[in-house]
Design a protein around this ligand. Structure first.
Ligand SMILES: Nc1ncnc2c1ncn2[C@@H]1O[C@H](COP(=O)(O)OP(=O)(O)O)[C@@H](O)[C@H]1O
Ligand SMILES: [Mg+2]
Length: 211
């Protein structure tokens, strides 16, 4: 957790297991999700000084911090949040369920099961978190644009009827987020930034044409 002025941020570290591509994935996904009407925390790149004097935690965590000097992902911390239960989530307002259903299909989110919903409950509302297991970026990096958008297997909304018209995905939201994503996150993507940007536009078009 990092406090900047009055605001507190969860920091996802580039040097942790999932690595830099996971940060780019989560950052782009959070921007896309917000634009599609799903309540998600604000996200922005945060800089960690390479000589950050870490003094708590295990040696293993210290190693992760050492490897994370530079740009990491900041996610606005939600105070007093609890993990939402499946029961609560299924009773959420229809627009929350519809946008969750759409965002997770559009982005191929593999990490939202009944056991691990990755949804925070706070003050009578819900916020969706944890998008680093979305497949869209890894697929686009291989040149693969999905033709169909099924609900990922094991998703908590499997078997649930969800009302409402699918939301479009604005390609500009994705391309602007990519431009904001630090090179330290995208350097390892073999196809390069230009091809990835074109892929993001193709993905948004494919999603917007699916109905
Ligand atoms: N923005 C946030 N505000 C408050 N708590 C958070 C926030 N993001 C994550 N958490 C807490 O940290 C846990 C792990 O975060 P998550 O994004 O799910 O990462 P992981 O990939 O490790 O599962 C969450 O289950 C939640 O308890
Ligand atoms: Mg999680």
């Amino acid at each position: 957790m990092k406090t900047i002025g009055e605001s507190r941020w969860v920091m996802k570290l580039r040097g942790s297991g999932p690595g830099p591509l996971a940060l780019a994935t989560e950052f782009l996904a959070l921007r896309a999700a917000a634009a599609m009407g799903l309540p998600v925390p604000e996200a922005q790149p945060l800089y960690l000084s390479p000589d950050f004097p870490w003094t708590i935690g295990t040696d293993e965590f210290d190693g992760i911090v050492q490897r994370s000097g530079g740009w990491n992902l900041g996610i606005a911390y939600i105070e007093d949040a609890a993990t939402a239960s499946l029961h609560d989530i299924l009773g959420a307002a229809p627009h929350f369920l519809t946008s969750l259903f759409d965002v997770d299909r559009a982005l191929g989110n593999m990490d939202r099961s009944a056991r691990n919903p990755n949804i925070l409950a706070h003050g009578g509302t819900f916020t969706a978190i944890d998008f680093d297991a979305c497949l869209f970026l890894r697929r686009l990096a291989r040149g693969s644009v999905p033709a169909t958008f099924p609900l990922p297997p094991g998703h908590l909304l499997e078997g649930t009827m969800v009302d409402g018209a699918p939301r479009d995905l604005d390609p500009q939201v994705l391309t602007e987020a990519l431009r904001e994503a630090p090179d330290q996150w995208t350097a390892a993507i073999p196809c390069g930034r230009d091809a990835l940007e074109a892929g993001l536009v193709d993905l948004a078009r494919a999603w917007n044409q699916r109905h």
